[in-house]
Write a protein that binds this ligand. Structure first.
Ligand code: AMP
Length: 379
């Protein structure tokens, strides 16, 4: 009997456990919150990630450790790695936790990024602004997610407001100023690398965000083969450099045929939720296969899929369940503004089938605005 330990007990841990059940796996999640949603059906070790006694108990009770949350302190991941196999390795986590380290790695590998500069003080912000120019975005270097810890500057006159919003964090988590990319599309590569170095990618995914939070994903994204190859070879270069094991997502902006890497998530990712029903083997199952040293499954798409995120509160499930081909995911979380509480995935053989499901879904749930951009892409 193999027990997989997951640091973080949110919806990603929940979906990992759901994918692992048919493989006969057991799970233990470690989370600071008693109401972590994975703990509704997975045993929970409730503790702080820095609690050494709890980490020791966790290491004793599991065979392998992975993450649903990349902001676990690097020292805790290292402490565990000295006692039990941890995948992905703490170095990948450390790189992905710091926007400067991450973008520097991309550039070292010849992968283009938006322009960026580290900001440590108010004077530094002026220097970075002069170097990068407006519009631009001031972000926290660490611990930012879902658009949190970001301030957009339309012109250099917004510098005071940006500093007011984020300046206090310059000394704690650090700041980065990034050039604003007027992108045509946001794309992500979902990739998996096994313990033996086997590497696979799911078809390229196109993403739409609202208020910095993923709103919809469409896969496979229509793209010229040369662009797809470039995106995949970027992901492969990163995976090999980090000796990565497991699933990760590489998020990119497409502008004028160019790909600019924004960030990587060292874990299963929201833009890969469509793979549960839309691919031969989901990102969750393949992540488990990878960290356990099992053969990887096929990442082939089963037609076309679109995932819609439910942020803040859940729409009416009964109305959605009437739509054939639609798959419903309720994370069992209480509603809260900006919180991801569930998603739905529509899967069809072709674009026409997907289109009719999405039109029906938009109408049934009053979510025409959310499906609109996806429908425009399918035309
Ligand atoms: P992030 O937390 O870096 O993934 O940012 C969340 C979202 O904000 C991205 O998916 C984009 O929609 C937007 N965004 C972030 N950075 C930039 C940028 N440099 N230029 C344009 N849009 C951005």
């Amino acid at each position: 009997m193999t027990t997989v330990g997951i640091l973080g007990g949110g919806q990603l841990a929940r979906m990992l456990a759901l994918a692992g059940a048919p493989l006969g796996l057991r799970f233990l999640v470690m989370d600071q919150a008693a109401d972590a949603c994975a703990a509704q059906f997975v045993p929970l070790l409730q503790a702080d990630y820095t609690d050494e006694a709890a980490l020791a108990e966790f290491a004793r009770r599991v065979d392998v450790v992975t993450f649903d949350f990349e902001n676990v302190p690097a020292e805790s991941a290292q402490w565990l790695a000295a006692r039990v196999p941890v995948f992905p390795a703490p170095r990948a986590l450390a790189v992905a936790q710091d926007r400067i380290a991450e973008k520097s790695l991309f550039q070292d590998l010849g992968i283009a990024t938006p322009r960026f500069s580290a900001v440590a003080s108010r004077a530094d912000l002026e220097r970075a602004l002069a170097e990068i120019g407006a519009p631009c975005i001031l972000k926290t270097r660490r611990l930012g997610y879902d658009g949190k810890g970001q301030f957009r500057l339309a012109t250099a006159d917004d510098a005071d407001a940006a500093w007011e919003a984020l300046g206090a964090q310059a000394e704690t988590v650090g700041l980065i100023l990034e050039g604003f990319v007027a992108f045509e599309r946001e794309l992500s590569v979902l990739a998996v690398r096994g313990r033996d170095g086997a590497f696979r990618t799911w078809p390229l995914t196109r993403n739409w965000h609202a208020q910095g939070i993923l709103s919809a994903s469409l896969a496979p994204a229509a793209a010229p083969p040369a662009l797809v190859d470039r995106a995949f070879s970027h992901a492969r270069a990163i995976a090999e450099e980090l000796d990565y094991v497991g699933v990760f997502a590489l998020e990119m902006f497409e502008r004028g045929g160019e790909l600019l890497a924004n960030e990587m998530a060292p874990r299963v990712h929201n833009s890969g939720h469509w793979t549960i029903e839309g691919a031969e083997c989901s990102q969750f199952e393949n992540h488990l296969r990878a960290v356990l040293g099992l053969p990887l499954g096929s990442c082939e798409a089963r037609g076309r899929a679109c995932m819609l995120n439910w942020v803040g509160d859940l729409p009416d499930a009964a109305a959605a369940l009437r739509i054939a081909g639609l798959h419903w995911h309720d994370y069992g979380k209480s509603p809260r503004p900006g919180r991801k509480v569930g998603h739905a995935t529509a899967v069809a053989e072709n674009a026409r089938g997907l289109e009719s499901q999405l039109i029906a879904l938009g109408r049934a749930l009053g979510r025409e605005d959310q499906v609109g951009p996806v429908l425009a892409e399918l035309d």
